[in-house]
Design a protein around this ligand. Sequence first.
Ligand SMILES: Nc1ncnc2c1ncn2[C@@H]1O[C@H](COP(=O)(O)OP(=O)(O)OP(=O)(O)O)[C@@H](O)[C@H]1O
Ligand SMILES: [Mg+2]
Length: 273
Amino acid sequence: MRNDDRYVEIFNLVKAYPNPFGDEVKVVDGFEIKVPRGDVVSIIGHSGCGKSTVLNMIAGLIPISDGGIVVAGKEIDGPGPDRAVVFQAPCLLPWMTAFENVLLGVKRSYPHASPADRKAMVEASLSMVGLSDSMHKYPRELSGGMQQRVGIARAIALKPRMLLLDEPLGRLDSLTRMELQDVILRILDKEKITTMIITHDPDEAVYMSDRICMMTNGPHAKVGEIMEINFERPRARDEIVETDLFYEYRRRLLAFLDDCEAEKQQHRKKASA
Ligand SMILES: Nc1ncnc2c1ncn2[C@@H]1O[C@H](COP(=O)(O)OP(=O)(O)OP(=O)(O)O)[C@@H](O)[C@H]1O
Ligand SMILES: [Mg+2]
């Protein structure tokens, strides 16, 4: 295996939380994946299985209970500017413009850069998400989709090695979603940032990813199956979504989720019997 093939390496990742009786329950138990540099990986799985838990551990926002995460040869221990996160809600500071919101993170991550360099970094990232004309607007003057564009700009302005996206488009209408999927893909094609994206949308997962990581039900959730998506990048939506291969990937994804759902129901039946 080339070194690049394990740019991000996650081994035996475990997260345990105490249940109401004080016993430790392993919500995530033995999650493992290797991600080549520049790849886009989607994580898909039923609600509550542990997707955000895994992502937050990679971001260093919550401590891991066991196992390890290595990014570019360095083991993760807490948050760092090498990993940028985008959540479902962009959480912009309302008293600051789009430009100032993005600048905030740049100042923190690049304290020694000159004001002119910082300005150039912020402008470049806002332009990549298509907000050149609105960068001096306040969040209240921006639509939900535009606010999330600022959230994405804020993340990429840090020039991270890894981009972590937790249902970034979950709150948007389907048209805006598709627009932003393309905005993100174009940025990733250009910047080659290794990316992990949580989504509930099978079409989004297939369209955006190089591989899809399907998680089993929790507790004790882990990787159930990894599906490689063999479409070339850059991708054009209209060339991909009508292909048999797209439908085949989608079908496999839905079959996996159906199996998980059936297992869940069976578990519930047993528990109530
Ligand atoms: N701080 C915590 N204390 C105890 N249990 C927690 C805590 N945070 C998360 N959990 C539990 O861990 C499990 C996984 O949660 P997580 O948020 O990772 O799921 P998810 O797959 O992201 O779900 P969704 O798709 O709904 O966002 C859930 O059962 C949740 O109740
Ligand atoms: Mg979640």
